[in-house]
Design a protein around this ligand. Structure first.
Ligand SMILES: NC(=O)c1ccc[n+]([C@@H]2O[C@H](COP(=O)([O-])OP(=O)(O)OC[C@H]3O[C@@H](n4cnc5c(N)ncnc54)[C@H](O)[C@@H]3O)[C@@H](O)[C@H]2O)c1
Length: 257
C-alpha cells in the first residue's frame, strides 16, 4: 500500500494506522478535524496533514482532491473518524444528527468522491471503514453509537456487495475496546460499558498491526477481538437469548450505580 489516506488520524486508532502504513513505506495523508493533531501525526511520519471535518461533504471532497493531487492517486482510504456520545432515546436530535454525520455520512461522502476515480480503474482499490463491534452487536449506554455503527456496517456491506466485481475491496474494522481517548474519555464512562471494555482493551498499535496484515487479504470483517465473531454468531442464531444476556449486563451496570 503506497498511497494512503486516514481520517481521524490526529490520535487514537487513526494515528496508529497512519504510523503503521508509513512504517511500511507508504506516503500518508493524515486528516483530522483538529488541525494541530493532524499536523502532529503528519510531522512524525513525514506525512501530509489536511484538516477536514469527516461529516462535511465539502471538506471530504477537498480532502480526496488534495490527496489525489499530492499522492498521484489513492490505493487505500481509511475512513476511520468516529464519535461516541452516551445517551438513550432522549439524546437531543442535534446530537443524533451529528453522530450520524460523523459515523455514517462520512463514509457516504468518501465514496461519492472516490468511486468515480476508483471503479473499473484496473487496479484493486481499498476502503477500510472503522466500524466497531457495536455495529455487529450493541453498546449499552449509547443508543446513537449502536445505531450509527450498525448503519456504517450496513453501508460497508452494501458497498462490498455492489462493487466487488469493479475493483473495490471494502473491509470493516470492528474492534471492542481500544485504549484511546474515546475509551478513556467521559462519554465512554457515561455509556456504562467502559469498565467492561477496558478489561480486554487493545493498544491502537496492536489494532494497526492486524489491519496492516488484513489489508493484504480480502476478508470483509477485521476483528481484533476474535471473541466478537462468536458473539455475532450467537446473536444471529438465538436473538432472544442474546438480548436476554445483554439486558442482564444492563441490570448489572444499574445495580453498581
Ligand atoms: N476506542 C475504542 O474502544 C473503539 C472501539 C471500536 C471502534 N472505535 C472506532 O474507531 C474510530 C477511531 O476511534 P478512536 O478510539 O481512535 O477515537 P479518538 O477519539 O481517540 O480519536 C478520534 C480522532 O478523530 C478525530 N475526529 C473526531 N471527529 C471528527 C470529524 N468529524 N472529522 C474528522 N476527524 C474527527 C478526533 O479529533 C480524534 O483525533 C472511531 O470510528 C471509533 O468509533 C473505537
Amino acid at each position: 500500500m503506497k498511497r494512503v489516506v486516514v481520517t481521524g488520524a490526529g490520535g487514537g486508532i487513526g494515528a496508529a494506522l497512519a504510523r503503521r502504513f508509513a512504517a511500511d513505506g507508504a506516503k500518508v495523508v493524515v486528516s483530522d478535524i483538529n488541525p494541530d493533531a493532524a499536523g502532529k501525526t503528519a510531522a512524525e511520519i513525514n506525512g501530509i496533514a489536511v484538516a477536514a471535518d469527516a461529516a462535511s461533504e465539502e471538506d471530504v471532497r477537498n480532502l480526496v482532491e488534495r490527496a489525489h493531487a499530492e499522492l498521484g492517486g489513492i490505493d487505500l482510504f481509511c475512513s476511520n473518524a468516529g464519535v461516541l456520545s452516551a445517551g438513550d432515546e432522549n439524546t437531543p436530535d442535534q446530537q443524533w444528527e451529528r453522530d450520524f454525520g460523523v459515523n455514517v455520512m462520512s463514509h457516504v461522502y468518501v465514496t461519492r468522491a472516490l468511486l468515480p476515480k476508483w471503479l473499473d480503474s484496473g487496479e484493486p482499490k481499498r476502503l477500510l471503514i472503522t466500524v466497531s463491534a457495536a455495529g455487529l452487536l450493541t453498546l449499552l449506554g449509547s443508543a446513537t453509537y449502536s445505531v450509527t455503527k450498525h448503519a456504517a456496517l450496513a453501508y460497508a456491506e452494501w458497498l462490498r456487495a455492489t462493487y466487488a466485481h469493479r475493483g473495490l475491496i471494502v473491509q470493516a474494522l470492528c474492534p471492542q475496546g481500544v485504549r484511546t481517548d474515546m475509551l478513556t474519555g467521559g462519554n465512554a464512562r457515561g455509556s456504562g460499558s467502559a469498565a467492561l471494555l477496558s478489561e480486554g482493551a487493545l493498544e491502537p498499535s496492536e489494532v494497526a498491526e492486524l489491519v496492516a496484515a488484513s489489508v493484504r487479504e480480502n476478508q470483509f470483517l477485521i476483528l481484533p477481538h476474535p471473541e466478537v465473531a462468536e458473539y455475532y454468531r450467537l446473536r444471529a442464531a438465538d436473538p432472544d437469548r442474546w438480548l436476554g444476556g445483554m439486558n442482564k449486563m444492563q441490570r448489572g451496570f444499574e445495580a453498581r450505580k
